[in-house]
Ligand binder design. Structure first.
Ligand SMILES: Nc1ncnc2c1ncn2[C@@H]1O[C@H](COP(=O)(O)OP(=O)(O)OP(=O)(O)O)[C@@H](O)[C@H]1O
Ligand SMILES: [Mg+2]
Length: 306
């Protein structure tokens, strides 16, 4: 991933300036923002601009594994620590020694692991799962979240350790001026990648991009352009080709959603939405729905009923 972040809207410039100042320091950084706003890209930029740039940048999505696996992924384990631990495993903290550890979706980290991360941040020391002795690593932590960490079950003391510098990535709808720049940038990249003649947008397409609210932010913009380019042969994309929901369609969907539905259908829709939201990660979806993962693993049966 390159770290050339496109945009010149005031909110983005402010975020980049904060990032570049943070890069020059050793401070821990908490990056906040909706999905697809560029939180990981910003973290990579901070690492690349720091004196740790020649050492590894290691990323871990804290929503991707069960708490037990997460601990051994992060800190490593010794052979025999649990039934499937067939050999010693180093862990990401050791991999990131001298460099940067990016903890994405930090809000999803289990409380017990939050306590261990706090101790590691304070002392630079950690234990592999199943090992008594302490190990040391010199790691700069950058964390990211799309959820508020305050006032929930996230530890306050850990919050204050992580949020020495906070950087808020603005949603795309608050930086409409960047949409044409980002679109041009992505179209150039897509044409190169697909071996196509240069791609352009007509006026209707540009207007449609400016009108859309972009809940998936920059990732959604990229995917919209990519899929339109792949689905159509010409070099000019029109609004119709972008397949963005028209305002009237969204209003209709909202009205339909307000009409009471059978409970099983609402439940199924909530499950589908949560699994989509988590990119297919069932344990994470289950945690957000506050049910056990097995409820979701039993889902094909539900599907059959629908
Ligand atoms: N300013 C930018 N210029 C160019 N590309 C960008 C910019 N911001 C984000 N992107 C691209 O958009 C995509 C999403 O960015 P990224 O993965 O950093 O977002 P995120 O906030 O970490 O999302 P999530 O919350 O879903 O993990 C990536 O492909 C990234 O390269
Ligand atoms: Mg991310």
């Amino acid at each position: 991933m390159d770290c050339n972040m496109i945009g010149q809207s005031p909110l983005l410039i402010e975020a980049l300036e904060r990032a570049d100042k943070a890069a020059n320091s050793a401070a821990r950084v908490l990056v906040t923002g909706e999905t697809g706003t560029g939180k990981e890209m910003l973290a990579r930029r901070i690492h690349a601009g720091s004196r740790r740039a020649m050492k590894p940048f290691v990323a871990l999505n804290c929503a991707s594994l069960s708490p037990e696996l997460m601990e051994s992924e992060l800190f490593g384990h010794v052979k025999g620590a649990f039934t499937t631990a067939l050999r010693d495993h180093g862990g990401l903290v050791a991999q990131a020694d001298g460099g940067t550890l990016f903890l994405d979706e930090i809000a999803e980290m289990a409380p017990a692991l939050q306590a261990k991360l706090l101790r590691f941040i304070e002392t630079g020391e950690y234990r592999r799962v199943g090992e008594a002795s302490l190990r040391r690593a010199d790691v700069r932590v950058i964390a990211a979240t799309h959820r508020d960490l305050r006032g929930g079950d996230f530890r306050d003391d850990l919050y204050f350790r992580l949020a020495v510098v906070t950087i808020a990535m603005p949603p795309l709808r608050d930086r409409a001026a960047d949409i044409p720049l980002l679109a041009a940038h992505f179209l150039t990249a897509i044409a190169a990648q697909e071996n196509r003649a240069p791609l352009r947008l007509d006026a209707s397409a540009l207007a449609a991009l400016q009108r859309h609210s972009w809940p998936g932010n920059i990732r959604e913009l990229h995917n919209t352009l990519y899929s339109a380019a792949v689905m159509h042969d010409g070099d000019t994309l029109t609004a119709a080709m972008l397949a963005l929901p028209a305002l009237e369609d969204s209003m209709k969907l909202m009205r339909e959603a307000a009409k009471p539905q059978p409970l099983w259908r609402v439940e199924q829709a909530a499950i589908d939405a949560a699994i989509d939201y988590c990119g297919g990660n069932i344990p994470h979806a289950a945690r957000l729905l506050e049910v056990s993962p097995s409820t979701l693993y039993r889902r094909p049966k539900n599907r059959a009923r629908v």
